[in-house]
Ligand binder design. Structure first.
Ligand SMILES: C[S@@+](CC[C@H](N)C(=O)[O-])C[C@H]1O[C@@H](n2cnc3c(N)ncnc32)[C@H](O)[C@@H]1O
Length: 250
């Protein structure tokens, strides 16, 4: 049997995720840079190039947040590509649109359409997108989330057969020593520093604890296979505390 959703030693409960993100959108990017020592930009660049291989016409960024990933896809993408960022947080999307405007003033990257809505019920047709990315968002959709299966089946539905789903996410490192240090960092440093910078300790407690308890790269692969995907690539980054997974819709 594969890993179970929401059984990481606690009863399944849904977090008020929308409220969390609506509170921290102004400091979210800054906190990301600090906590990953700026490496998240490099990982997103890598994930974007995976998403653009092999030359999709329509790309969806699920849980786009402030748009860092889809804006990176835009900066690497060719003219005429159709790009959509999707998220249920109005304020995160406001920030994404503001960043897109700044980017367009500086260069002529393809435009991104930012759409507000829940991943559990996406307003897109079956098999619509050629490629899909989700960076630091899938944890929100499956960790102790009663709608985990619904989220995964919606993502599966809107991707075309053969289309690539690129996932960049925190992961539980395989090495016991690194797992120990990673866990100390996530339990005792990240929530408090994130809390101080953003003014929302509760949100960063959730983000840190969901990262600490989240799946290993192997477990993530099993979950995706159970949702109907085939694993094309899975690569540990940052000594296994981050994973890059490319899954293909069967
Ligand atoms: C950790 S942020 C990741 C943002 C961005 N992808 C990045 O790489 O920084 C997670 C995002 O997922 C969004 N989110 C969480 N659950 C969602 C759902 N069910 N439907 C739509 N968006 C959701 C939140 O609003 C938030 O913006």
């Amino acid at each position: 049997m594969g890993p179970q959703f929401g059984t990481m030693g606690r009863q399944m409960e849904d977090y008020p995720l929308k409220d969390f993100y609506s509170d921290i959108y102004t400091s979210y990017d800054r906190v990301n840079r600090i906590f990953t020592f700026g490496r998240d930009l490099k990982w997103r660049r890598r994930a974007a190039s995976e998403c653009l291989d092999p030359d999709p016409d329509k790309v969806l960024d699920v849980c786009t947040g402030t748009g860092d990933f889809i804006l990176e896809v835009a900066s690497q993408g060719r003219e005429g590509i159709s790009l959509t960022g999707y998220d249920f947080s109005k304020t995160m999307l406001q920030e994404a649109r503001r960043k897109q405007q700044l980017m367009q003033e500086r260069n002529s990257a393809p435009p991104v359409e930012f759409v507000e809505g829940d991943v559990g019920a996406m307003p897109f047709e079956d098999d619509h997108f050629d490629a899909m990315g989700i960076t630091f968002g899938i944890r929100n959709l499956v960790y102790q989330n009663s709608k985990a299966s619904q989220h995964l089946s919606e993502m599966y539905r809107v991707l075309r057969p053969g289309g690539h789903l690129v996932i960049l996410e925190s992961s539980r490192p395989d090495s016991a020593i690194w797992r120990f240090f990673n866990s100390i960092y996530l339990q005792f440093i990240l929530p408090y520093l994130g809390g101080v910078i953003s003014g929302n300790l509760k949100a960063y407690r959730y983000l840190a604890s969901s990262s600490r308890n989240y799946y290993s790269i192997g477990e993530m692969g099993q979950i995706l296979e159970e949702a109907g995907f085939m694993i094309g690539k899975s690569e540990p980054l940052f000594l296994g505390s981050v994973m890059l997974v490319v899954a293909v819709k069967n």
